[in-house]
Design a protein around this ligand. Structure first.
Ligand code: SAH
Ligand code: SF4
Ligand code: F3S
Length: 447
């Protein structure tokens, strides 16, 4: 379309909270909207349709959505023709839908995680109706294939390999918002990746809440390791990543696949959540500290130089000082490249929310700080070993803080900044690390 007709096209703005799963759902919604003639805007004020794709995993994620929704009221008053839609994990909860209905009546459309493909229909209905349209599906067990996606980058892409989760960790709301675990057929996944490769995509990240249990729901069983080996054969793809792995299902077969497949990046994200066996049991994680440490040892031995990252929760109900010290012990023994750390957040409807021995906030916060003080120096030490080394970087964008630099990622998923311009975006280049820091690396391009 030319510029003049672009002016007449309706504009959408999507704000996304939560994990990569949600980010990728937003890419699909963008794809759907562009198919029906919408164009994207980065300014909510200019939008004809605003979508909030929400997350329920922790209370602060939830509160941010209410705050932002409140702010939209003034905008909607000024621009009554604008449509406001709220979707994502929060909308799968009836109490939250009721709250939206009661307190945020400037919202036009409410839908959930299982019916994003219905967006065009919902928009058409909302244009004709004055009331709020609420259409949230329970998990039907089906996977909707063939949805378009407008991906953020051309050279790297998320690809769902499975949806939902069957693990019911006692703190976690995800199985309730995303439904039961179901795997996509390998042929559907490979078709998508082949198409991406044909369009110039170099890196794929395979997504699932627990990718290690991929294939269990298929009639013809395929393991995740077998799937990875198939993806490794796709011409044009140069890097393969995947997330998230669950320690209880991580097999020797998978470790061997990572070791043997040249395109699989040397990075594994393996959340351990807590170090104490008592807490792990209460979390329903189904592995022990010893099992986790043993796994890490096997992985490090098989794939030297692999980066290991993790998720950790502080202050799960019943966590004592001794329990917390077990968490610190795992951090010191494994030496993570980096870690996502969370204060335990009560999620209504999960078993842990009803546990009586909740940890007081001040104790949680003190432990949290001690955890960070343990993680950060280790991250720095690991990164310092990269000084003067040459690494492969996939360049992603112009650096946000310094326009004379570009930002990219190593195979080990570390962020690197180095002098360069936009011609490098999407290219795989060699960079010499000159200044390793705790969270990022600085370097220079090697010709
Ligand atoms: N499926 C992935 C991640 C799901 S959510 C996995 O199993 O690892 C991402 C992270 O959020 C979790 O790993 C956990 O560390 C954290 N998380 C989930 N629920 C939480 C809660 N109620 N309070 C604090 N952190 C939580
Ligand atoms: Fe939540 Fe556990 Fe499932 Fe991860 S594996 S999504 S933490 S229930
Ligand atoms: Fe949040 Fe839903 Fe992901 S609750 S973490 S957006 S699966």
């Amino acid at each position: 379309m030319d510029k003049v007709s672009n002016l007449q096209r309706k504009k959408y703005y999507i704000e996304t909270w939560g994990c990569q799963m949600n980010e990728h759902d937003s890419e699909k919604m963008a794809g759907i909207l562009e198919n029906i003639g919408y164009i994207e805007t980065s300014t909510p004020k200019e939008a004809d349709l605003i979508i909030f794709n929400t997350c329920l995993v922790r209370e602060n994620a939830e509160l941010k959505v209410y705050g932002n929704l409140g702010h939209l009221k003034t905008l909607k008053n000024k621009k009554p023709d604008m449509l406001i839609a709220v979707c994502g994990c929060m909308m799968q909860k009836k109490e939250i839908r009721d709250l939206i209905k009661e307190k945020y009546n400037h919202v036009d459309i409410v839908f959930g995680t299982h019916n994003i493909h219905k967006l065009p229909e919902l928009i058409a209905n909302a244009r004709q109706s004055s009331g709020m349209i609420i259409d949230v599906w329970e998990d039907s067990g089906d996977i909707i294939e063939g949805l378009p996606a407008k991906r953020k980058y051309g050279f790297k892409a998320f690809v769902n390999v499975m949806h939902g989760c069957n693990n019911f960790c006692t703190y976690c709301i995800v199985p309730y918002t995303r439904g039961r675990e179901k795997s996509r057929l390998p042929e559907d996944i490979l078709k998508e990746i082949n198409e991406l490769a044909a369009q110039g995509c170099k890196e794929v990240t395979l997504l699932g809440q627990n990718v290690n249990s991929y294939g269990k729901t298929l009639d013809k069983k395929v393991s995740f390791a077998q799937l990875l080996r198939m993806v490794n054969e796709v011409e044009g793809i140069e890097r393969i990543r995947f997330t998230t792995s669950h320690p209880k299902d991580l097999s020797d077969e998978l470790i061997l696949a990572i070791k043997e497949c040249d395109k699989i990046c040397e990075h594994i994200h393996l959340p351990f959540q807590a170090g104490s066996n008592k807490i792990l049991k209460a979390m329903n994680r189904k592995y022990t500290k010893e099992h986790y440490l043993n796994l890490i040892e096997k992985i490090k031995k098989a794939i030297p130089g692999i980066a290991i990252t993790t998720d950790i929760i502080v202050g799960f109900p019943g966590e004592t000082e001794e329990d917390f010290e077990e968490t610190l012990d795992v951090v010191k023994k494994v030496r993570f490249d980096s870690a996502f750390t969370f204060l335990y957040s009560i999620r209504k409807g999960t078993p842990a929310a009803k546990m009586e021995n909740q940890v007081p906030d001040d104790i949680k916060h003190k432990r949290f700080q001690r955890l960070l003080d343990t993680i950060y120096p280790i991250s720095l030490e690991i990164n310092q070993e990269l000084k003067d080394k040459v690494v492969e970087v996939l360049v992603e964008e112009i650096s946000k803080t310094d326009k004379t630099k570009v930002t990219g990622r190593t195979r080990t998923n570390k962020v690197v900044h180095f002098p360069g311009d936009k011609t490098l975006i999407g290219k795989l280049v060699k960079v010499k690390i000159t200044n390793p820091k705790t969270w990022t690396l600085e370097g220079e391009l090697i010709n």
